[in-house]
Design a protein around this ligand. Structure first.
Ligand SMILES: NC(=O)c1ccc[n+]([C@@H]2O[C@H](COP(=O)([O-])OP(=O)(O)OC[C@H]3O[C@@H](n4cnc5c(N)ncnc54)[C@H](OP(=O)(O)O)[C@@H]3O)[C@@H](O)[C@H]2O)c1
Length: 252
């Protein structure tokens, strides 16, 4: 049984590690697929393939030729394109499919969230919120803010951005989470941040900035998730393992 896990997230890594532990009693061959956006290495006792498949047709071809028996989409909630392609490929091939996507954060007491459907809306919201902004959105979407010339941005990302991001006035922090709420609070204070822009990624690794913003009573422009694909979905690694064990035992 060949299981393909579309990754690029901590959850994908946690899932494949947990499944690897079970391979002594289950005949699974595990393959982790990464887009290749970062240079991070994920050493482990499983196969890794890196790079796009070549769209929907390329993915279908890959799934059929390996062949893959179960497709698990454990990509980031904002990795919209690959997730819809994954579901479309599995659906077209009648292949068992599961999506692992952690639950979104919910605003709590003391949070000052402003919901935005996308980056364009988020950029528009900033006009009334201040001029010193923590853009905690990664590097791919920075160009959406490039027209805000009179702003100053603290921009955090894992890898050096492309040239478009360098046009934004401010400072680039190259760092990878998890981040503690205490250090996030210090960061916001150090740079006199007036508002935070975040994607509603969910999970604990990057939640520290939300806690810090709450403590400092700063507004957070929270970008909502894109629509998920249809198909079975679970929110935790534990639920994914239970589902995969049931699938492996032929229960569906
Ligand atoms: N978007 C985020 O905020 C975010 C945050 C953290 C991590 N990530 C991770 O970064 C990767 C890229 O995210 P994205 O938002 O750029 O994706 P995307 O826009 O949904 O996908 C763009 C293209 O990248 C390729 N691709 C994406 N994920 C892949 C994977 N795991 N394995 C093989 N090919 C993949 C596919 O190329 P083809 O069409 O050629 O197959 C896909 O069509 C994902 O693995 C995601 O989990 C994303």
């Amino acid at each position: 049984m060949n299981i393909l896990i579309l990754g690029g997230t901590g959850d994908a890594l946690a899932l494949i590690k947990a499944l690897r532990e079970l391979t002594a009693s289950h005949p699974w061959i595990l393959v982790l697929s990464l887009a290749g956006r970062t240079r991070s290495q994920f050493p482990g006792d499983w196969q890794v393939r890196i790079g796009g498949f070549g769209g929907l047709e390329g993915l279908k071809h890959y799934l059929q030729t390996v062949p893959i028996h179960l497709l698990v989409d454990a990509t980031h909630p904002f990795a919209d394109q690959i997730s819809h392609q994954a579901w479309a490929a599995a659906d077209a091939l009648a292949m068992p499919y599961l999506r692992l996507t952690r639950s979104p954060w919910q605003p709590g007491a003391g949070d000052r969230w402003i919901e935005a459907a996308n980056h364009r809306e988020a950029a528009a919201q900033l006009l009334t919120l201040g001029r010193r902004i923590f853009l905690s959105i990664g590097r791919q979407d920075l160009a959406n803010y490039a027209h805000l010339k009179e702003f100053w941005f603290l921009m955090r990302m894992v890898e050096q951005p492309d040239a478009a991001a360098l046009l934004l006035p401010g400072f680039i922090l190259l760092e990878k989470g998890p981040f503690l709420a205490t250090s996030e609070r210090s960061l916001l204070e150090q740079y006199a941040i007036e508002a935070v822009v975040s994607k509603n990624s969910g999970g604990t690794a990057t939640y520290g900035k939300i806690i810090a913003a709450r403590e400092l009573q700063l507004p957070v422009v929270m970008i909502q998730r894109p629509s998920p694909p249809p198909g079975p979905s679970v929110a935790t690694v534990e639920e994914a393992i239970a589902w995969i064990l049931q699938w492996s035992n032929g229960q569906f």
